[in-house]
Design a binder for this molecule. Structure first.
Ligand SMILES: CC/C=C\C/C=C\C/C=C\C/C=C\C/C=C\C/C=C\CC/C=C/C(=O)SCCNC(=O)CCNC(=O)[C@H](O)C(C)(C)COP(=O)(O)OP(=O)(O)OC[C@H]1O[C@@H](n2cnc3c(N)ncnc32)[C@H](O)[C@@H]1OP(=O)(O)O
Ligand SMILES: Cc1cc2nc3c(=O)[nH]c(=O)nc-3n(C[C@H](O)[C@H](O)[C@H](O)COP(=O)(O)OP(=O)(O)OC[C@H]3O[C@@H](n4cnc5c(N)ncnc54)[C@H](O)[C@@H]3O)c2cc1C
Length: 666
């Protein structure tokens, strides 16, 4: 039977101070009591699967052992999930995603199967293709990944070099990787796990190029798992993080696949080689849009994990004295510590709220596309690009800030902060590199600005440009609503500046493309400002909306958090607000005080707020962040698991140190 330990006294006191019902907030964050119950039930089942407990912590395993262990546990997880879903509803993707952390600790080698392979079959396959592959993929009779990026190209996907040449005689495509730069590079699970993949390749028919399209390709024998003839596949080696994601490379040599393996929901190739264009060639990029939306949710979760670890640790840790002769204080009582940590809690809420409406917008576009309507696609693309870029970047900064807030112990692998950082920082690059996505949104913003100048009606997310053109002289007030308008003014001002900069370069004789490049620092700043305005506006609206349906005590805390978020970003971007809005120096001084007041208001609820994320110890995997606060005991227990502590004298002493010391001359 597991030993039950006493909860750290500081944490007990912190929990007594909490002014709201933690459970109520958990239900709200999960999206309802039923979702929480389902999640806890599944997590409880996993907790009791003995084979999922590691005897040796993963960090001490070799690269190979770590991968093999991850595959072993992923298979168990999948079986437990299948059994669970036989009896009940299908688990929500968010609940699966969270539970995965309790099992794999790093990134699952099946991550891309569920995250992109299955969604691409759904999003890009015809009903017949779905009928053929979906049941097998969902049951994991076939395991796949999404192979798009190549050694030579990740961002500029129109430049991909893998070719799929149609042979009308045999009704097949012939896949080839003509150069080393055309090898697929990065896909998760590709290394040694999957037997299928979606390959994105340049389509050629009768010598003519028709752009990139997705193909479903079997790459390994289903029985022996050996690469099929014409396939060269392997793992790319260790990375900064993603240790068990099993990222791989893949090359083709005259590898033939049947015509039906081109996913043809959009464009099609008929038997005789006739190419039929789709409604919009960018629909081929659909899976990426979906994942970018999901990354906003991932960012919320990673921020919540880091906040939970760092806030609990800050409540348990005592260091230095505020006043001489008084006991050392909990480090959470230093205002600078609160400044580092409470924004982490608020940021997670901001991203969760944003994800809620962004996901709805995504579903609406998918529904519209089913009816051949694509009016809202450009707006969704622009929103998903800048919100993915900003949320992943902010999450990376916040996780690192939480690590630093834990002092030396934050640097321990057993704090789990390094692994969480490895994950969040990767998301800044994958699924569309940060700058590149901001520039995609900037394209949309430049067009929106033109339309605003022409007096056209704009999409809701950029409608503030019209308001700004009509009257930008709103009297400043230090209320969240007016501050959000201020962020919109900053965005509008930066959009105008970037637009004018392009025009200036064009008037001076530059090509539009060169002018764009010359203005691109301003363009990304405009995109960032737009993103911040969207985040603050959406977070505020959602909080106002939910506040009416929760208890007054919870509504009050939610209101403190959203205000903190908005005031924090006002102070961070005060220079921009001074340039582009009517805020004055005196308003900033008032807001500094307001910020300090908000830190004080949140202080008694800090532990309650992270408890409400309801991230179990098995998922957190942190010596510093566990629910019971046994920080020092856990640090010592984990240290004792080091293989170097298993023997009193390590053999290297006899082999090297002893002769070395003996030789040393005094
Ligand atoms: C509290 C929270 C709790 C829990 C959290 C939990 C849960 C979440 C739940 C589930 C999560 C589960 C899983 C996560 C998901 C999966 C795993 C994630 C990651 C895995 C690892 C990573 C995988 C990858 O990286 S895959 C590869 C990704 N690659 C890229 O992203 C490439 C980036 N490049 C591009 O996209 C394009 O090249 C481009 C930069 C967009 C440029 O394309 P192109 O040259 O063709 O286009 P132009 O720039 O010329 O623009 C022309 C025109 O097209 C418009 N356009 C472009 N793209 C799109 C689009 N996608 N849709 C619509 N329109 C588009 C563009 O705007 C231009 O329009 P205009 O001409 O009008 O201006
Ligand atoms: C952990 C991880 C997992 C991944 N998993 C997968 C996967 O499963 N499947 C898959 O297909 N891919 C995957 N990728 C690849 C990933 O999608 C790409 O690395 C990413 O899209 C960035 O492309 P790149 O590497 O070509 O960067 P590059 O485009 O070469 O970027 C290098 C620099 O050039 C700049 N740059 C490039 N183009 C422009 C431009 N037009 N304007 C201004 N600046 C520019 C960038 O801002 C950046 O600073 C993964 C990557 C990582 C790190």
């Amino acid at each position: 039977m597991a030993t039950v330990h006493k909860i750290n006294e500081d944490l007990v006191k912190e929990r007594q101070k909490c002014t709201f019902n933690v459970q109520e907030l958990t239900y709200l964050l999960d999206g309802g009591e039923e979702v929480t119950k389902e999640r806890r039930e599944f997590e409880n089942i996993l907790r009791n699967v003995k084979e999922l407990q590691d005897e040796v912590p993963e960090v001490y395993l070799s690269h190979k052992e770590r991968y093999e262990n991850a595959v072993r546990k992923t298979c168990i997880l999948q079986n437990v999930r299948n059994d669970f879903e036989k009896k009940r509803e299908v688990l929500s993707p968010r609940n699966i995603f969270r539970a995965g952390y309790a099992v794999i600790k790093d990134v699952s080698p099946f991550f891309l199967h569920n995250g992109m392979f299955v969604p691409t079959i759904i999003g890009q396959g015809t009903p017949e293709q779905q009928a053929e592959w979906l049941p097998k993929a969902k049951a994991m009779a076939i395991i796949g990944t999404y192979a798009q990026t190549e050694l030579g190209h990740g961002t500029f996907i129109r430049g991909l070099e893998t070719t799929a040449t149609y042979d009308a005689k045999t009704e097949e495509f012939i896949l080839n990787s003509p150069k080393v730069t055309s090898y697929k590079w990065w896909p998760g699970g590709l290394g040694t796990t999957v037997n299928h993949c979606i390959t994105v390749a340049q389509l050629y028919i009768n010598g003519k190029k028709y752009g990139i399209h997705p193909f479903i390709v079997q790459i390994r024998d289903l029985e022996t798992h050996k690469p099929l003839p014409g396939i060269k596949v392997g793992e790319i080696g260790p990375k900064m993080g993603f240790a068990t994601a099993n990222n791989g490379f893949l090359g083709f040599q005259n590898f033939r696949i049947p015509r039906k393996n081109m996913l043809m929901k959009n464009a099609q190739v008929l038997k005789d080689g006739t190419f039929v264009k789709g409604m919009n060639e960018k629909l081929t990029y659909g899976t990426m849009v979906m994942v970018r939306v999901n990354i906003v949710s991932d960012s919320a979760f990673h921020t919540a994990m880091a906040a939970t670890i760092a806030v609990r640790y800050a409540a348990v840790r005592h260091q230095s004295q505020l006043k001489a002769k008084e006991p050392e204080v909990q480090i959470i009582d230093y205002l600078t510590q609160q400044h580092k940590l409470f924004i982490a809690i608020a940021t997670s809420h901001a991203f969760s709220n944003t994800y809620t409406w962004l996901y709805q917008a995504y579903l609406k576009v998918v529904e519209d596309l089913g009816k051949q309507k694509q009016d809202h696609l450009p707006e969704l693309h622009a929103l998903s690009c800048c919100l993915k870029a900003t949320s992943s970047r902010d999450a990376g900064v916040i996780v690192e800030q939480c690590r630093l807030a834990c002092g030396g112990h934050g640097y321990m692998a057993s704090s789990n902060l390094p692994i969480i950082y490895g994950y969040t920082t990767a998301a800044i690059t994958y699924e569309g590199e940060h700058t590149v996505l901001l520039l995609q949104t900037a394209r949309y913003l430049m067009k929106a600005w033109m339309s605003a100048l022409e007096g056209k009606v704009l999409a809701p997310s950029v409608a503030y440009l019209v308001d700004w053109l009509k009257s930008d002289k709103q009297r400043w007030q230090n209320t969240p609503e007016v501050i959000v308008k201020g962020f919109q003014h900053v965005a509008a001002g930066k959009i105008k500046d970037a637009f004018d900069a392009i025009q200036k370069h064009v008037k001076a004789g530059k090509d539009y493309e060169d002018a764009w490049n010359l203005a691109s620092v301003q363009l990304i700043k405009a995109s960032e400002a737009h993103s911040r305005a969207i985040l603050c506006d959406g977070y505020l609206r959602e909080t106002v909306r939910t506040s009416s349906s929760v208890s007054p005590s919870l509504a009050k805390v939610l209101n403190h958090l959203v205000q903190l978020y908005i005031v924090y970003w006002t102070l961070e971007t005060a220079g921009d607000l001074l340039v582009y809005s009517n805020i004055g120096k005196d308003d900033i001084a008032v807001l500094k005080e307001k910020y300090e007041e908000l830190l004080a208001l949140i202080r008694p609820n800090a532990v309650g707020l992270v408890d409400a994320f309801d991230i179990s110890d098995e998922i957190l995997q942190s010596t510093l962040g566990s629910y019971d606060g046994r920080v020092y005991e856990r640090l010592m227990e984990e240290a004792m698991k080091s293989p170097l502590n298993k023997e009193p004298v390590n053999q290297s002493f006899h082999k090297y140190l002893k002769p070395f010391i003996k030789k040393a001359k005094l």
